[in-house]
Design a protein around this ligand. Structure first.
Ligand code: MN
Length: 128
């Protein structure tokens, strides 16, 4: 079965773009518009990858990551920050916070398939 990807994004247009791209590539998707919803869906479905918008209303993506990491059920999920902060030191900061990777907004339609494949690559087989 194809990999399941949880998209956390409060902007409906961005969500539709990412969801359409991923589904076109054959991935299964789940979507959350808030950190709280993301935590519930992550716990219920154990996605192979979480694309976490950092700027969310209420609980932000960093706080949501902290909750995921604190719960043994979701601690080892692969979670990638998706944010418009473009400078190199931001990337290092996101990794220091515990994200497994970083994707810059706006999403590059050309680069996105390779980014997702790379993020999923070393997980293949882990879920059968
Ligand atoms: Mn946002």
């Amino acid at each position: 079965m194809s990999s399941l990807i949880l998209i956390v994004e409060d902007n409906a247009r961005n969500l539709k773009l990412v969801r359409d791209l991923l589904e076109h590539l054959g991935y299964r998707t789940l979507a959350a518009a808030t950190g709280e919803e993301a935590i519930d869906l992550a716990r219920a479905h154990r996605p192979h990858l979480v694309l976490m918008d950092v700027q969310l209303p209420g609980m932000d993506g960093v706080a949501a990551l902290t909750h995921l990491r604190a719960d043994p059920e979701t601690a080892s999920l692969r979670v990638v920050a998706v944010t418009a902060f473009a400078m190199k030191y931001d990337r290092d900061r996101f990794l220091a916070w515990g994200f497994d990777g970083y994707i810059e907004k706006p999403i590059s339609v050309r680069d996105f398939p390779g980014q997702i494949a790379a993020l999923l690559a070393d997980r293949e087989g882990a879920h059968g």
